[in-house]
Design a protein around this ligand. Sequence first.
Ligand code: PEP
Ligand code: MN
Length: 337
Amino acid sequence: MILTLINDVTDKQIEKIEEIARDSGFIPEVSRGESRTIVLIKGENAILSRGKFDPLKAVERISSISVPFKLVSKNWIEKTIVKVGDIEVGGKEIVYMAGPCSVENNGSTEETASLIKSIGGTGIFRGGAFKPRTSPYSFQGMGEEGLKILKDISVKTGMKIVTEAMDPRQVELVEKYADIIQIGARSMQNFELLKECGKAKIPVLLKRGFTNTIKEFLMSAEYIASEGNKNIILCERGIRTFSDYVRFTLDISAVPVLKTLTHLPVIVDPSHPAGRRDYVESLSLAAIAAGADGLIVEVHVDPEKASSDGAETITTEAYAKLIKKADAVALAIGRGA
Ligand code: PEP
Ligand code: MN
């Protein structure tokens, strides 16, 4: 349930409200907004009678949240902008994240980064150091050595870094080197990983599992939020259907659906659903038109030589063209600078 408090509520009244909630076995969460203070009362069947609060004369309105995802629900907060340095994910401007599928130690990652930096767009660089691969015989990523390459790129170019943690034991390490922790599609319901990321001090980019519903997606975000980390970026990256000409089906409808259900920013990964580089641009433009707050695109200076996902990885030249068109679409729908 949500308590909307009176305009001139005092700290003492808020403390009393928190006490009443705790005494009934629930967890109060106070959100001090620009104009209003709201208290979310969390817990299974968290319902308290109005009479409990009446003597305080501090509660203006009581409403219930009927959805199972409470903290990430739009009923609770209208909009969250996730700040990554000066970059605002979920603000007016479209945020572009780009880089190779995997970090490599042959100089190509640094070269890709400096080209991406010169192309412009919003500067968030992606690259996996811990790679979730279908086959145990495929390249598994460079681990900490890869994280060091990413950090170095960040220091030299000023770009922020997003990279994946696959295991709760990797979260602290990723936090040390990166600016955003990515949770991959295959890990979306790794609840221990979600909880660990919920304790992290940096934002989390949560990818939708390819067999997961929107409700499950938001429940996973709820896991992170319930541990304290509210800086969550949702990412639609395609789901399994019967389509046989793409790797996954990009669920474009997930963008407006998520936008009606949650206050969290929503971005789209056009690369993994495409599975082929010639589809990446169309999916990117569709995502922006549908209202996505950003894109995360696989880009490599020489995609044919990429150590993973080369088929869907675009060149830096193609990326420059994509950004230009995506900016035009953004402008057409009233977004962008
Ligand atoms: C990736 O970003 O390279 C990746 C493995 O993505 P996903 O988890 O969406 O498959
Ligand atoms: Mn990939």
